[in-house]
Design a protein around this ligand. Structure first.
Ligand SMILES: NC(=O)C1=CN([C@@H]2O[C@H](COP(=O)(O)OP(=O)(O)OC[C@H]3O[C@@H](n4cnc5c(N)ncnc54)[C@H](OP(=O)(O)O)[C@@H]3O)[C@@H](O)[C@H]2O)[C@@H](O)CC1
Ligand SMILES: Nc1ncnc2c1ncn2[C@@H]1O[C@H](COP(=O)(O)OP(=O)(O)O)[C@@H](O)[C@H]1O
Ligand SMILES: [K+]
Length: 455
């Protein structure tokens, strides 16, 4: 499946310029798409379009015209002065009805937020905020043109705290704010409308991965062998090892420091080995990926097990405790590895990097030469080559202990099966979220294991 591009505000403006189309034509297309989407989403409702001074407002004015022509009861409120001669100014002059001040506008059942889109970079001023907040709150349905006003298109920051939209119509392409939190949580359902602008980007939405079922020629080793280097906490490692097996690894070897060998599932090969023996166990050409971190611990013994994993020369997935024991410069000596930190682990390793979550993941990938899977409610995968992808919103029920271990196991299985680091991390994140959807509310990490098969 092709991945949908995600464009920053500047990239979108570039794409619009390169398309060579008159601004008015694009605004007309965007406004028509907005009106069409609204009409599809709901029947005729008393509607208030709140239009800003720029092209986002212009899109709203066009949508208002179409809805009014279709017989809807539409009022328009305008904020700010449009630049004389601009498309927005033309459209305001053409509006046959009254253009209210937002502070004086009557609330309506449906409010169309066409205040600001990609041109927005600072909080709404206090007077405007005071005027629109009651309008947003009173509406039963809120539809945003391109972006909910008050969010930063590129970082996903919420700069002005307005009630979330129920529907957002993104023009031409997704922007980072449609997928990065907290802004993504303000968008409601997101639909992308084609406005005739060709778009492409190194940042995409993370697509459904291809799943390769075994064939008549497959055998357990050809499907990929994963070794999990664990330590003091066998539970976390067992979750990761089981996930690797369920995600398609033909053979999973779990190296432990202690604990019970006779635990479920029996399909996992478990061995209790001293730290000195880990290197020897990993000296096996059939091993396609080594996962180190889940259940490793952080003591001196854990460090020796980690050293053996790093020196194995095998493709690595580095998670949890292993990330706590490493530094960026040490990681940079193992380029091509996959790192799967959550925000806390990331900050400990790389500090407070500037920019969006995508910028931060990219910077860490560039610094280490490793692929980053930066987890959270808006997981980001970033490759040292600059490619990056954002996972569509996943089930918040994933916020429970052990789900990260399961994710690391899936990623390791995909890596052992021959995926590139970027593809393995992306596929792992997607399949993990898909399993969570299938489990539904109340999930615990163990539940994910039985929902990892292809569908
Ligand atoms: N470009 C194209 O061809 C197409 C673009 N399209 C549409 O245009 C949108 C982008 O349009 P845009 O660039 O005009 O910016 P927009 O989001 O309307 O806001 C800019 C205006 O708001 C002002 N302003 C900003 N923040 C403010 C604040 N806090 N408080 C007060 N004022 C503030 C800002 O003022 P300034 O910062 O210049 O002082 C400026 O006047 C995009 O999201 C999509 O909907 C589509 O129709 C397809 C064709
Ligand atoms: N609010 C949330 N919404 C969606 N996914 C989440 C949320 N919180 C956490 N996750 C996902 O759950 C997993 C948690 O992993 P991690 O923090 O490593 O937990 P653990 O170490 O307990 O396994 C990650 O895949 C993360 O992306
Ligand atoms: K808007």
């Amino acid at each position: 499946m092709t991945a949908r591009p995600i464009l920053t505000a500047a990239e979108m403006r570039d794409a619009e310029r390169r398309s060579g189309q008159p601004e008015r034509d694009m605004v007309e297309r965007a406004g028509l798409a907005l009106a069409t989407a609204i009409a599809r989403f709901t029947g005729p409702l008393r509607t208030l379009v709140v239009a800003g001074p720029g092209n986002n407002g212009a899109d709203g004015m066009v949508a208002a015209r179409h809805l009014a022509a279709a017989g809807w009861d539409v009022a328009v409120a305008v904020a700010g002065q449009s630049r004389p001669g601009s498309v927005a100014a033309e459209l305001r002059a053409d509006w046959p009805g009254h253009l209210a001040d937002p502070a004086a506008a009557a609330p309506a059942t449906l409010v169309v937020d066409a205040l600001f889109g990609t041109g927005f970079a600072r909080p709404l001023d206090d007077a405007l905020m005071a005027a629109v907040l009651p309008l947003w709150s009173a509406a039963r349905l809120r539809v945003a043109a391109d972006l909910p006003s008050g969010v930063d298109a590129d970082t996903g920051a919420v700069l002005s705290d307005l009630p979330a939209a129920h529907l957002t119509i993104a023009f031409g392409a997704l922007k980072p704010a449609h997928r990065l939190q907290p802004a993504a949580g303000r968008c409601g359902r997101v639909a992308v409308a084609d406005i005739g602008v060709e778009v492409g980007s190194t940042l995409t939405e993370l697509p459904r991965p291809r799943v390769h079922p075994p064939t008549a020629q497959s055998h357990k080793y050809s499907r990929g062998m994963v070794a999990v280097v664990a330590g003091a906490m066998p539970g976390a490692a067992a979750l990761a090892a089981s996930a690797a097996a369920r995600a398609g690894a033909g053979y999973v070897l779990q190296l432990m420091a202690g604990g019970a060998l006779d635990t479920h599932p029996h399909a996992i090969m478990r061995r209790i080995v001293s730290a000195d023996a880990v290197a020897e166990q990993l000296d096996d050409d059939r091993i396609g990926a080594v996962l180190v971190g889940p259940g490793l611990g952080r003591d001196a013994d854990a460090r020796r097990r980690l050293d053996a994993a790093l020196l194995s020369g095998k493709p690595l997935v580095i998670d949890g405790d292993a990330l706590a024991l490493l530094t960026p410069s040490r990681l940079s000596r193992h380029p091509g590895s996959i790192l799967t930190p959550h925000d806390g682990e990331f900050r400990r390793l790389f500090g407070d990097l500037p920019g969006s979550k995508v910028d931060r993941a990219r910077a860490a990938a560039a610094r280490t030469g490793c692929t980053l899977l930066l987890k959270g409610a808006d997981s980001v995968v970033a490759d040292p080559d600059g490619r990056a992808a954002i996972l569509p919103p996943a089930s918040p029920w994933l916020a429970t202990a052990g789900t990260g271990d399961v994710l690391a196991g899936i990623v390791a299985a995909r890596r052992a099966a021959g995926d590139t680091p970027f593809d393995a991390a992306a596929a792992g994140a997607w399949l993990h979220a898909d399993a969570a959807d299938r489990v539904g509310p109340g999930l615990i990490a163990d539940d994910l294991l039985t929902h990892l098969g292809p569908r």
